[in-house]
Design a protein around this ligand. Structure first.
Ligand code: A3P
Length: 294
């Protein structure tokens, strides 16, 4: 009989009003020491985090060899998830030992970040995406990674939680707004739809923000590497390695990298669901933050 691979911990808890994957490190995280040269890529899940991580990694290192040799999760580990049964989820002890400059990813709300980072030490690159595309992408990922609670296995229920702000990592509008308010401090704020439309422009914004002097050739090489089909075929960033160590549901459609496009929701969401999510976008009215609707 095939060996049963472990499932990720499905236990969730409320931490300061936000539904998170259970681990006991959140209070310690808030006190974590930040370094001036830390780079944090932050996002609501399924907003283009992986793409942003690769862009940042290459702007910072120009190491085109390593992106094919070392898993992205090792080069750019996640903060806020700890499960020692799995590689790369080793928690704060591991993160504290990483050499500088540390490149870290997280899906945490801004108010849950380490205090020093919130107060302007270190650098944050935030990426947002139209939530109509996030919704189906998130559901499919959770199906594939076998992370859905029993009741969430219906898409309608999942959407209900997403729109009501009671699902994992929600509420979406609050997630964006807290980072948006810091955009003139230590946050570079990106939008997925604009990023994929013009990768070279994004590479320039990131390199300006990180104060890296890149040649036109570097910018072209980074943009070429970050094309969707190229990243999707790289086993070091397409998360196919999940299959080797944890339970995934290969029957789920889509997986980690699906279409890599904007506006896919038009073929996937019922009009009434799209209208409800539009209501969530309207909560941003008056803030100056506009979400591209492709
Ligand atoms: P889809 O599921 O719509 O295809 P995250 O990394 O935050 O989990 O976001 C995942 C989404 O970003 C997925 O969207 C994935 O396909 C898309 N993505 C990943 N790499 C990409 C790239 N190089 N270009 C465009 N989209 C990309």
């Amino acid at each position: 009989m095939a060996e049963e691979k472990p499932r990720m911990n499905l236990d969730r808890k409320l931490y300061k009003g936000i539904v998170v994957h259970d681990n006991d490190e959140f209070p310690r995280l808030e006190k974590m020491e930040i370094r001036d040269d830390d780079i944090w890529v932050c996002s609501f899940p399924r907003s283009g985090t992986t793409l942003t991580q690769e862009l940042v990694y290459l702007v910072e290192t120009l190491d085109f060899k390593k992106v094919y040799e070392v898993q992205l999760d090792e080069r750019f580990p996640i903060v806020g998830v700890k499960d020692e049964r799995f590689p790369y989820y080793q928690g704060i002890d591991h993160i504290e030992k990483l050499p500088s400059p540390r490149m870290l990813k997280c899906h945490l709300h801004h108010f849950m970040l380490p205090e020093q980072l919130r107060n302007g030490k270190g650098r944050i690159i935030y990426i947002c995406r139209n939530p109509k595309d996030i919704a189906s992408s998130f559901f499919r990922l959770m199906q594939w990674a076998d992370l859905l609670l029993e009741e969430e296995k219906s898409f309608d229920y999942f959407i209900e939680e997403f729109v009501n702000g009671t699902g994992l990592g929600c509420p979406w509008p609050r997630h964006l707004l807290e980072y948006w308010e810091k955009r003139n401090e230590n946050v570079l704020f990106l939008k997925y739809e604009e990023v994929i439309k013009d990768l070279p422009k994004t590479v320039r914004s990131i390199s300006d923000f990180l104060k890296k002097d890149l040649s036109d050739e570097d910018i072209k090489k980074i943009s070429d590497y970050c094309q969707f089909n190229n990243m999707k075929s790289n086993d070091k960033c397409n998360m196919s390695y999940y299959r080797t160590f944890k339970h995934v549901n290969d029957e789920a459609e889509g997986g980690f990298m699906n279409k890599g496009k904007a506006g896919v929701w038009r073929d996937l969401l019922k009009p009434e669901v799209a209208a409800r999510i539009d209501g969530m976008i309207r909560q941003l009215d008056g803030t100056g933050l506009e979400i591209p609707d492709v």
